[in-house]
Design a protein around this ligand. Structure first.
Ligand SMILES: Nc1ncnc2c1ncn2[C@@H]1O[C@H](COP(=O)(O)OP(=O)(O)OP(=O)(O)O)[C@@H](O)[C@H]1O
Ligand SMILES: C[C@@](O)(CCOP(=O)(O)O)CC(=O)O
Length: 444
């Protein structure tokens, strides 16, 4: 049995797009403008009906082939926390959440079943399957991600659902600011562990809070936790989650009110088939920045200023929509893109490569398209566009993309193939509880 009354729980968390601030957001001096998306990952928790000799967690993802993982767990001496024993296939879920739970719930945790559902736009699916939660018809490792941040959304929804399932509302509730903060902290810790590195964390922040202007935490906050099973891990994890460490406080700043897509505009995403690898881009940009601070520092300052202008302009249009406001928005986007191209050339990294410049320029010339950006780390595989919220603007864009053929060549460093408008748009809300009666979620 899980919680006292064994009531199933469902939570969902949104995907993300880092519209501006890629690379800069890795450094606390700068910020990122990140939008949550209406593509969500859902986690449904219920008691496990099969009987097991030891407490067992079963996690399954029915949209993929062979996607079921079983975990047993046991308490480790010396305050080392809970160690999960993988009973079946490898998966990335770690025991952070369980460990935190155990601190509040010292009796044995019951066995439970976690079912994961992902909105279809997280993966490129051949054809246009109908319905929200489609069968991707491949094993997870063969699925083509569209870059919407599935792992951060999953870890955040999973963490929220687990805490909400096992803990009474007076100890954990997403409705309280304190509950959401703890969820954010714990999900950041679990996600870093799953990824094997401490990134900027903007994706987990968007999953937890939705759209926001994000300033990262000092890496030190998470670097000292150590690994599950090590002496004192449990105490350190609790201090990090509850933010009671005497050594290092959370210093993240998440401003949800500052990230607005004004009424009348839509932020949409295009998935690009690409024939080039962009592995190691972050490392290369950071190396260049380190080696050439005299070039990088002024560029970073200019980009930060332009990115702040963009956020400010979006807020200004939201309060007073004018066509001159939209025109200024266009100009600011072009300024940011030009700075990003300088970064690309100087660092020798295809953040906005020529073929993508051509694509965004062509889209920006279409009626109703305000402008576009390479999201996140950039590269060849996606673009984010700001478009007027009008049927004709979207259908015009869709028709244009269906006919689009890139004229790029290998000398540009890469090629792009088909471009597809994803069915996602910006959504402000972060992680939330879902109605367990939701038809598709309950269908298990
Ligand atoms: N629907 C799902 N069911 C089960 N596991 C999933 C699902 N979606 C994502 N995952 C897990 O998240 C991992 C993806 O993490 P990865 O770091 O590759 O992508 P990501 O950080 O989400 O990338 P991006 O930000 O580009 O979208 C998968 O390997 C899998 O372990
Ligand atoms: C380059 C970087 O700033 C953004 C990467 O974003 P994405 O994974 O491409 O969406 C890295 C980070 O912030 O962790």
């Amino acid at each position: 049995m899980g919680s006292d009354n064994d009531i199933p729980v469902a939570c969902s968390a949104p995907g993300k797009v880092l519209f501006t601030g890629g690379y800069l957001v890795l450094d606390r001096q700068y910020t990122g403008l990140v939008f949550g998306l209406d593509a969500r990952i859902y986690v449904y928790v219920q008691a496990l009906s099969e009987s097991t000799s030891t407490p067992t967690l079963v996690v399954r993802s029915p949209q993929f082939q062979d996607a079921e993982w079983r975990y047993g767990y046991r308490k480790v001496e010396d305050n080392g926390g809970i160690q999960a024993t993988q009973l079946k296939t490898a998966a990335f879920m770690r025991c952070y959440v369980l460990e935190y739970l155990k601190l509040h719930w010292p009796t044995t945790l019951g066995s439970s079943l976690f079912t994961i559902w992902a909105d279809k736009d997280y993966y490129s699916t051949p054809g246009m399957p109908k319905g929200r939660f489609v069968d991707f018809k491949v094993p997870l490792h063969e699925a083509h991600k569209t870059g919407l941040g599935s792992s951060a959304a999953l870890v955040t929804a999973f963490t929220a659902a687990t805490l909400a399932y096992y803990l009474p509302p007076d100890i954990f509730s997403l409705a309280s600011g304190n509950g959401r903060t703890k969820l954010h902290n714990l999900a950041q810790a679990a996600h870093c562990s799953a990824q094997g590195k401490v990134g900027s964390g903007f994706d987990v922040a968007a999953a937890a809070y939705g759209s926001c202007v994000y300033r990262r935490f000092s890496p030190k906050v998470l670097e000292e936790i150590g690994e599950p099973g090590e002496p004192g891990f449990s105490t350190r994890l609790r201090a990090v989650t509850d933010d009671t460490s005497p050594h290092q406080k959370w210093d993240t700043s998440i401003d949800e009110a500052a990230a607005i897509v004004p009424k009348g505009l839509l932020l949409v995403m295009c998935d690009v088939d690409c024939g080039s690898e962009t592995v190691g881009m972050v490392k290369k940009v950071l190396n260049w920045r380190k080696e050439r601070p005299e070039e990088a520092t002024p560029l970073w300052s200019d980009l930060q200023r332009a990115n702040e202008n963009l956020g400010q302009q979006l807020r200004s249009i939201a309060s007073t929509p004018t066509s001159s406001g939209i025109q200024s928005l266009r100009t600011i986007i072009l300024t940011i893109r030009s700075l990003i191209r300088q970064m690309s050339v100087k660092a020798g990294v295809p953040v906005e490569p020529p073929v993508v410049t051509a694509l965004i320029d062509a889209c920006s010339d279409l009626p109703g398209v305000v402008g576009g950006m390479v999201p996140g780390a950039g590269g060849y595989d996606a673009v984010a566009l700001l478009v007027e919220d009008k049927e004709e603007a979207l259908s015009g864009l869709q028709e244009f993309l269906a006919r689009y053929r890139s004229e790029g060549n290998e000398n540009d460093g890469g090629r792009i193939g088909k471009v597809r408008l994803l069915g996602v748009k910006q959504e402000h809300e972060g992680v939330r509880m879902e109605d367990v009666g939701h038809n598709a979620l309950a269908d298990i």
